[in-house]
Design a protein around this ligand. Structure first.
Ligand code: FAQ
Length: 311
């Protein structure tokens, strides 16, 4: 019976039908989506921290307003994604608990520090740029609520990417010190941005199954290459250099060849040993505790309204 059900499910996927919350789905498909969507949501929430760090120090009112709006957008993305994950039968409280106790992953990139204003430009240009490259195909992912959440998220992310590139452009065309600040930030963010796409295909645990289920539409290495091909000319246009001596355009394939990624560093960050892992988790826990009164007040208000409705 299971085989017949699995076969029917796969046939729906192969016809590019969307799977909806009340449809039958294999348990492993459900668990995989809960894992990926909740990790994605956690990344948006933790991703607010490195940028939030600069809201009070943005160099002008215009920059401050844009950054404030961007960080708010990330919070909103987290909330849509938690709602999409909830349709698969996991509660918000459980996901929060997994994040706050360090059981759940979030993107490795948010364990790096934002040391200067140029880092805020790099987060927009490179981190949002990488996020979009990965998320545009997710607008066609097989699970309906995830795919629909991605459409709006991608629109907002592409605006974020442009505001980041504009910050970097302003610095790159500014004084020698400003250009040096942009170059230093690029040197520190380039390799971690490439790691956002996940381990190489040969070492990726989930790619084969997730491609068959059309959760993923492209492999980690395919998306990484697309990102490099799109981003390198943007950096050269600004007169910046990438910290990779092996970076070279391959006329035969039309792709940029690049040097070896330090996968040991990636593994250390995933194991909790990145530059800011502890700081991020501690901050997240402090915020959660500081927000306890809001949750209590919201519950008390909901109870009062329910009682009034019954009366
Ligand atoms: N960091 O077998 P695979 C953003 C884990 S964008 C941490 O290849 P899969 C926007 C992976 O979970 C960033 N962990 O896995 C923003 C798995 O671990 P597990 C978030 C990573 O799922 C911008 C193991 O390694 N975007 O936040 C990473 O097929 C600016 C084996 O890997 C998404 O989450 C990593 N970089 O492919 C916000 C997109 N890479 O669970 C604020 C949705 C891999 O077995 C400011 N996610 N791992 O223990 C995906 O597309 C996929 O999950 C991949 C990984 C591509 C990330």
């Amino acid at each position: 019976v299971d085989e017949v059900r699995d076969g029917r499910f796969q046939a729906r996927i192969d016809r590019d039908e969307k799977i909806e919350p009340n449809d039958w789905m294999p348990e492993k498909y459900r668990r995989t989506l809960i894992r990926q969507i909740s990790q994605h949501a956690h990344s948006e929430i933790i991703g607010m921290l490195p940028e939030g760090n600069w809201i009070t120090r943005a160099p002008s009112l215009k920059r401050k307003a844009a950054l404030l709006a961007k960080v708010q957008d990330e919070g909103g993305h987290g909330l849509y994604l938690y709602s999409a994950a909830e349709t698969l039968g996991i509660s918000r409280e459980e996901m929060n608990e997994q994040l706050n106790t360090g059981k759940a992953r979030y993107s490795s990139i948010f364990n790096y520090p934002t040391l200067t204003w140029a880092d805020i430009g790099m987060v927009g240009w490179l981190v949002d740029g990488a996020a979009i490259m990965n998320q545009i195909p997710l607008c066609r992912t097989s699970y309906g609520p995830y795919a629909r959440a991605m459409v709006r998220i991608c629109k907002e992310e592409s605006f974020h990417q442009r505001q980041g590139y504009e910050i970097v452009m302003t610095l790159a065309r500014g004084t020698a010190d400003q250009k040096a600040m942009a170059q230093d930030a690029l040197n520190r963010w380039w390799w971690p941005a490439l790691m956002m796409f996940g381990p190489p295909d040969a070492e990726s645990l989930h790619t084969d199954q997730n491609m068959a289920w059309r959760i993923k539409r492209f492999s980690n290495d395919e998306l990484r290459q697309k990102f490099i091909d799109a981003t390198v000319p943007q950096g050269h246009f600004l007169g910046l250099e990438f910290p990779d001596k092996d970076l070279a355009f391959d006329e035969a394939t039309g792709h940029w060849r690049f040097g070896a990624i330090d996968w040991d560093e990636f593994k250390r960050v995933l194991a909790g040993e990145g530059p800011c892992n502890r700081q991020r988790l501690a901050q997240r826990n402090r915020s959660h505790e500081a927000g306890a009164w809001v949750r209590e007040a919201a519950l008390a208000h909901a109870k009062k309204r329910a009682a009034r409705r019954l009366a």
